[in-house]
Every structure is written in structure tokens, then in C-alpha cells.
Design a protein around this ligand. Structure first.
Ligand code: RP5
Length: 163
């Protein structure tokens, strides 16, 4: 892969109400020293904004897109249809179905247009941040180093015996 230290991650979400979950992905990226942006883009409420974002993402040096959405949650799949940049989908925990709707919608993409689907809610947002970091680490030794030391300190924090 071409070395490009300036690849950014874009965190997009369907609504302001998704931010309390999606900001956790940003927290991880910050720790890894990865540049990122956050945007509200709704596939159904702002379809033109979605199209413009996805079709210009490559020229804007975006290496990974993290997309959070709840309910029918078509944002990650629609973005993936418009760009070959890897898209990681975070199913937002919805009020009525606790995010099962979001999870199935994001995970069940028909063949041809993939979305890497994470867990429902905050765990998914954190793991999306970590997975995006792993992808960026392929072309950034600095990020690889930070990611490895993050994982090592997680391992060290696990006690051998319960109290
Ligand atoms: C989806 O609808 C958003 O991703 C959000 O999770 C859900 C509810 O949106 P709001 O009604 O809170 O704006 O598009």
C-alpha cells in the first residue's frame, strides 16, 4: 500500500442524537493521533449532502469512513455504494427495537457493496475507532505503534484473579 501519512477518518452520523454514541469513535482516533472530522449526514433527510460527501471523500484524502445510523440505518450502505473507501457501520441503539433494527439493516448488505458492521451502540463506536485505526496503521508506522501500545496496556489492565 502507498504510504500516506495524511489519511483522515470521517465519522458521519444520521442525526445529532447519534453523537453521544459516535463521539466515542473520535475519542479513540484522537488517542491514536489520527486526524478526523465529524459530520451529520442523513441518507433520507439530506440525500444531496450524502452524495456530495461520498463522491468527494477520496479526493479529500479520507482513508476510512465510520458511519453511524439507527432504525432503517441505510446511511453506511448508501455511502459504500458511492465510494470504494472502506465503510464501517455502527448500529445506533434505537428506542423501539434496541438497535436490532439498525444492526440487521447495516449487516445484511447484499453481495457487491460491503459494510464492515460493528456491535450495537457504544461498544460498536469504540471498536469502529479501533478498526479504523488498524486500517490506517497499514500505511502509518506511527499509528501502528500507538495502536500496539494501546492494546498492550489493555492486556496489562486485566487482573489475573477476581476479588
Ligand atoms: C436515524 O434515525 C439516525 O441515525 C438516528 O439514529 C435515528 C433517529 O433520529 P432522530 O429522530 O433522533 O433525529 O436516521
Amino acid at each position: 500500500m502507498k504510504k500516506n501519512k495524511n489519511l483522515k477518518v470521517s465519522i458521519v452520523m444520521g442525526s445529532q442524537s447519534d453523537y453521544r454514541t459516535m463521539k466515542l469513535a473520535g475519542k479513540i482516533l484522537k488517542k491514536m493521533g489520527i486526524k478526523f472530522e465529524t459530520k451529520i449526514i442523513s441518507a433520507h433527510r439530506t440525500p444531496k449532502r450524502m452524495y456530495e460527501f461520498a463522491s468527494s471523500a477520496k479526493k479529500n484524502n479520507i482513508g476510512v469512513i465510520i458511519a453511524g445510523a439507527g432504525g432503517s440505518a441505510h446511511l453506511p450502505g448508501m455511502i459504500s455504494a458511492l465510494t470504494s473507501i472502506p465503510v464501517l457501520g455502527v448500529p445506533i441503539e434505537s428506542k423501539k427495537l434496541k438497535g436490532l433494527d439498525s444492526l440487521l439493516s447495516i449487516a445484511q448488505m447484499p453481495k457487491g457493496i460491503p459494510v464492515g458492521t460493528l456491535a450495537i451502540g457504544k461498544d460498536g463506536a469504540i471498536n469502529a475507532g479501533l478498526l479504523a485505526s488498524s486500517i490506517i496503521a497499514n500505511s502509518s508506522p506511527n499509528v501502528k505503534k500507538k495502536l500496539n501500545s494501546w492494546r498492550l496496556s489493555q492486556t496489562k489492565s486485566i487482573k489475573k484473579n477476581p476479588k
